[in-house]
Write a protein that binds this ligand. Structure first.
Ligand code: DX5
Ligand code: ZN
Length: 218
């Protein structure tokens, strides 16, 4: 049985105080911190990259940095992101013609590999070969690029399909997730829940994280 992983997305944090925000999440019971790296090319937004990740890693070495790379050339950033201390690197299926190459490079650099699909991409795009070679499958439940968007429940059919085909993998959902729909996501088969607005916007992040975890673990 896969375990619940609660993964606050720092995009919704006070980015002027990023390391402290990550520390606050660790103290609130978060398992990982989800770091959205955007290049202004694959998505119409820019966030941060390896130099910022390296600073966070230095300030909060205990943090499990889960990188969601929304970049046009995912292989290019693998060495620098690994060097910055990231534990896992998830790239978009839509961003490359050779996912196997990117996966091999991520592993060579000592990180866990993940592959993401945007709302328009069917779950059948993830072949048995790709799915079995990664640690994590990310099903986007909003269009990538911005926090605070509305959850797209129709994407959960893809979660169910992937859970059936890959029973022991981490299956992550990202976009518009919170305590209100965590159960629905877990029932479809997701065990890694990303939440930006719902956790950083919460008056009591610890309680929100606890509630979300209970939705998966029961
Ligand atoms: C969107 C990002 C998400 C985003 C989630 O492109 O990948 O991680 O920060 O934010 P919320 O939880 O606010 O929808
Ligand atoms: Zn993300």
């Amino acid at each position: 049985m896969v375990k619940a992983v609660i993964d606050p997305s720092v995009l919704a944090s006070d980015l002027s105080d990023l390391a402290a925000e990550c520390k606050r999440m660790v103290e609130s019971g978060a398992d990982w911190c989800h770091m959205d790296v955007m290049d202004g090319n694959f998505v119409p937004n820019i966030t941060f990259g390896p130099p910022v990740l390296a600073c966070v890693n230095k300030a909060v070495p205990e943090l499990y940095m889960d990188i969601h790379a929304m970049v046009a050339n995912p292989k290019q950033w693998v060495p620098d992101v690994a060097k910055a201390g990231a534990k896992s690197y998830t790239f978009h299926y839509e961003a490359t013609d050779s996912p196997a190459d990117v996966i091999a490079s991520i592993k060579e650099h000592g990180m866990k590999a993940g592959i993401a699909i945007s709302p328009e991409t069917p779950s059948s795009a993830i072949t048995e070969e790709i799915g079995n070679s990664v640690d994590l499958l990310l099903v986007m439940t909003v269009r990538p690029g911005f926090g605070g968007q509305k959850f797209m429940p129709e994407c959960l059919e893809k979660v169910a399909d992937l859970r059936k085909r890959f029973p022991s993998k981490n299956i992550q959902v990202d976009g518009g997730i919170g305590a209100g729909n965590a159960c629905q996501c877990a029932q479809a088969g997701s065990n890694v829940l990303v939440a930006g607005t719902a956790i950083f916007g919460s008056k009591d992040p610890k309680a929100t994280i606890h509630e979300m975890r209970s939705s998966v673990d029961g």
